[in-house]
Design a binder for this molecule. Structure first.
Ligand code: ZN
Length: 188
């Protein structure tokens, strides 16, 4: 089932999401719904706060990047209660976008290597290192669990220049091909 994605300005995008346990109700269905929602909006990652659930859960499939980044080709995973333990290496720029912030893309600096622990979709514990584009997508989605959006990482000048556009997004004054919840939309 495809779920609506909450847009910039929604309070759930600003909360620190809470961990879940293995007996979380309908976890299998939620996982499938998150993948459906991500694929139908052509995303490579989706965090639960974006579908209005303030829990620590992420789905990722980086295969659309496989032409430019071969290791992205078969990385599809669910990350539950992830914890980034370290981020290392020299920061690199990548042009990021976000399903909750449509029509805006900006170059964002992040470190290329991460050490992360999480539970997979079967709730088995994972302890892994990722680098490059996979680390990048995880870092972006992980930020969502902390109430952080990629535009927060821009310079104050860039943020100022985007203010109007962001306000339009929160009001639903944009054309977008997937279903969204706009927090500041005027009722008809
Ligand atoms: Zn995002």
């Amino acid at each position: 089932m495809i779920l609506p994605i909450v847009a910039y300005g929604h309070p759930n995008l600003r909360k620190k999401a809470v961990p879940i346990t293995a007996d979380f109700p309908d976890l299998k269905k939620l996982t499938a719904d998150m993948f459906d929602t991500m694929y139908s909006s052509n995303g490579v990652g989706l965090a639960a706060p974006q579908i209005n659930q303030s829990i620590r859960m992420i789905v990722i499939d980086t295969s659309p990047y496989s032409d430019d980044y071969p290791d992205a080709g078969n990385f599809k995973t669910v990350l539950i209660n992830p914890q980034i333990l370290s981020e290392e290496g020299e920061e690199w720029l990548f042009n990021e976008g976000c399903l909750s912030v449509p029509e805006i893309r900006e170059d964002i600096n992040r470190r290329p290597q991460i050490h992360i622990t999480y539970y997979d979709e079967n709730f088995s514990f994972q302890d892994k290192n990722f680098s490059g584009i996979i680390a990048r997508v995880i870092q972006h989605e992980y930020d969502h669990l902390e109430g952080i959006l990629f535009v927060d990482r821009l310079s104050s000048l860039k943020k100022m220049l985007l203010k109007r556009k962001l306000s339009d997004i929160s009001k639903g004054n944009i054309k977008v091909k997937y279903k969204m919840i706009f927090p500041n939309q005027k009722k008809h």
